[in-house]
Design a protein around this ligand. Sequence first.
Ligand SMILES: [Zn+2]
Length: 145
Amino acid sequence: MKKSFYQLIKNMQQPHHYFWLNPYKEMAFTRCPKCERKTMVRKKRLAIDVLNKTILLANVTNKYCTGCDLIITGQEKIEKILSQLTYFDNKTVQPDDYFIFGTIGRTNYNKSMKQGLYPSDCIKLVNPFIDKLHFKIRPAGWYKD
Ligand SMILES: [Zn+2]
C-alpha cells in the first residue's frame, strides 16, 4: 500500500469492517479465506480514492463473512467500474490508481449523491476499514499474510 491508510482517518467516522480486494478473478469465495465459513452476498457502498483526484462512492455487490466482518471485493469488478470514468480515457486501470478505504452508510451515501459533496467533505462521512487483509493462494490452502 503506497499511502498510509491511517492518514485519512482523523476526520472520519468510526472504523467498520475488514476488507480484502480479491485479485483472483476465477475464485468465487463462497467460503471465507480466513475462517472457511460460508460467505454471504452483500451490497456495500465502497469509498474509493481515484488518482488522488476524487472520491468515488460505488454501490458494489461483495462477498461478506459475518463471523470475520470481512468484505471481499473482486478487484476486476472495481477496475471495470473505474475504467468507465473519464479520468482513465480508455486506459487500463492499474492497482496504484485507486485506493479503497472504507464504506459509507446508506443515509450518508444518499446525502452525498443528492448534494454532490466535495471529496474533502465526503471523506468525513466514510467509515474507514478497521484493516485491510491479504490472502494468497498456496497449494495446501489459504493463509493470512
Ligand atoms: Zn470468516
